[in-house]
Each structure stands twice: as structure tokens, then as C-alpha cells.
Write a new protein. Structure first.
Length: 321
């Protein structure tokens, strides 16, 4: 499948080289059955890329299951992943299979893997090594054939050095490693994303698209987007809901305007000679048209000042003083 077909299938917007390279890596990775570690900031699309890898792999007809390890309390994550038998703990009134069993033959995506407890990390290592799991409260291991794709917005290498993540598990998880680009690394895609989300949410809400003038779009391109594509999507969604006419610079949050470049209107574009003339005029006005004092302030002699005034466009030289 070519890159554009993948973009169309998974709703990926953009043509930046960094994005295309990441997609090419995903295609190559999909053809293997190795564990994959996807690195990237929050909102860059780590789960989407894991779905792409699964969809292009030999496991595509089997389950794809995603779990956010940072959203489940430590004491529940182990049960969620490996399952439990009746009576394993208070409240375990029935046997319950875990996500590894549910994903058997397919792919299990572990998002925010850096949040997994030491106990869960130890069990994950055993699954990768032995390809089997043991449910909580059971002593009977079960074979599973699951491809693991993990993701983190933390530096797992740094966590290994700090002793908060197992080194042996780290190297098992990143047999193939991918780095997804931030939105600030692909700013040329921002106008395309703005247009896409503007059209999508205006259609959903039955409203006209928000009109986004060039100065506002320039501010959006300049903003660093720490939440990446997800933040941009939510921002455009709010604009479509709230605006029935053109978006103004005043409608942008203060933190965006702080990063926005000042847009110079056409009537502010001046020649160098005109800029010089205006500066000389301001100095002369400040010293009461005294050319001797003005020349001193400007750091030139009176003869040079007279020549500049004589040749300046649109100004009559003041009387000598």
C-alpha cells in the first residue's frame, strides 16, 4: 500500500517530510513480527500508527486491542492485562480473561508503558520471553501469540538510568523503535489540518466554516502546539462552535498571540529612504527644527543632514538654524 493510500485510509492529513518518513518506517515495521516502541509527545498519533502497523501486518484479521497504562490504577492494570480467576482478590467473583488473551493472534498496544508498575513490568518481560501468561490467582500458565506495540511520551532510556524502568524490558520492547514528529516539526501541514478540521466540524454542526484570515492563520502556524494535532483539532472545533463570522486576532488566546508574528500591512511597507526620512523628521521635531542639534543627535554633520533633507522624498528642507 502506498503512503497516500495509508493517509486516506487512516485520515492522516499532511505532506511534511517528517510525517512521510514516519509512515514509511511504519510500512517497513509492519512486515515484521517484532516488538515495536513508538516514541512521541502526547497528541502526535501514536495509537493511529500502531493501528497502521497492525492493519498492514499478517495479523490484520485478528484482534487489535489498545490499553492506556496511565489511565488504569496499578492494582487493576495487572488484572486487566493478564486476567484473574474467581477468588483471586476481593470482588473477583468470576473468572475474567485479560487483554493478552483477548488479543491472542493479534496485536496489543500498550500506551504510556512508562506508567506500568514494577510488578507489571516483570510480568510483561515474562510474556515476551516465554509467550505465556498466568492469570491472577492461578498457577497454570497459558500460551499466547500476541505482538506487542508500546508507546511512551516519556524518555524510557532516562527512566532506565534512573532505575524506574527495567532495563531488560526496555530492550525487549524496542527491538524496532519509531519516533513520531511533533506538529512544530511539520508546521507546513498546519494550514491543511486547519482546513480539514474546519470542514469536518462545520459539516457535523451544520454551520458555515469559520473564516480564518491570513494573519490568524499565520499566528496558528507560529504557535508551538504542545498538545500537537489533538490540541489543534480541539481548538478548531471550538472555533467552529463559537464563531459565525471571521476569526479575529482578538479571538485567539493570549498565549497564542504572544507567539504570533506581527503582520505588516502593505501600506506599512516603506523604502529605506522613506524610513530614513521619517526618522530625520522625528529628530528635527524633537529638537525644535534645530539642524545643528539634529545633526549631533543623528551622528552626522550639518552638510550631510542638509543633503539628506534636500534629497528626501516629499519634504521641504527647514530653514537653516
Amino acid at each position: 500500500m502506498d503512503i497516500q493510500s495509508i493517509k486516506n485510509r487512516f485520515g492522516i492529513i499532511g505532506n511534511a517530510p517528517a510525517l512521510n518518513y514516519a509512515l514509511q518506517v511504519a510500512v517497513q515495521v509492519a512486515g515484521t513480527d517484532l516488538t515495536v516502541l513508538i516514541n512521541g509527545e502526547s497528541g502526535v498519533g501514536k495509537e493511529v500508527f500502531s493501528q497502521i502497523i497492525h492493519a498492514l501486518s499478517a495479523r490484520k484479521h485478528n484482534p487489535f486491542i489498545a490499553v492506556n497504562c496511565g489511565a488504569i490504577p496499578d492494582q487493576l492494570l495487572e488484572s486487566e492485562l493478564f486476567g484473574h480467576v474467581k477468588g483471586a482478590f476481593t470482588g473477583a467473583v468470576i473468572n475474567r480473561v485479560g487483554l493478552f488473551q483477548a488479543a491472542d493472534g493479534g496485536t496489543l498496544f500498550l500506551d504510556e508503558i512508562g506508567n506500568a508498575s514494577a510488578a507489571v513490568q516483570a510480568k510483561l518481560l515474562r510474556v515476551i520471553q516465554d509467550k505465556e501468561i498466568t492469570m491472577l490467582g492461578s498457577t497454570k500458565p497459558q500460551k499466547v501469540q500476541v505482538r506487542l506495540i508500546s508507546a511512551s511520551n516519556s524518555d524510557l532510556g532516562a527512566m532506565v538510568r534512573q532505575g524506574t524502568f527495567r532495563e531488560d524490558l526496555y530492550y525487549r520492547l524496542n527491538l524496532l523503535e519509531m519516533e513520531l514528529p511533533t506538529l512544530r516539526d511539520r508546521k507546513e501541514d498546519i494550514p491543511l489540518l486547519v482546513k480539514h478540521f474546519n470542514g469536518r466540524y462545520s459539516n457535523e454542526l451544520g454551520k458555515p466554516q469559520a473564516r480564518i484570515p491570513a494573519p490568524v492563520l499565520a499566528a496558528l502556524e507560529q504557535y508551538s502546539w504542545p498538545g500537537n494535532v489533538r490540541e489543534l483539532e480541539h481548538f478548531i472545533h471550538r472555533l467552529v462552535i463559537l464563531k459565525d463570522d471571521a476569526v479575529r486576532m482578538e479571538d485567539l488566546p493570549a498565549y497564542m498571540k504572544m507567539e504570533a508574528p506581527r503582520t505588516i500591512a502593505n501600506n506599512e511597507l516603506l523604502t529605506l529612504a522613506e524610513v530614513e526620512r521619517q526618522h530625520i523628521t522625528r529628530v528635527l521635531d524633537a529638537v525644535g527644527q534645530n539642524k545643528t542639534k539634529a545633526a549631533e543627535v543623528l551622528g552626522i554633520d550639518r552638510k550631510t543632514l542638509r543633503e539628506k533633507l534636500k534629497n528626501a522624498p516629499g519634504r521641504n528642507a527647514p530653514a537653516d538654524s
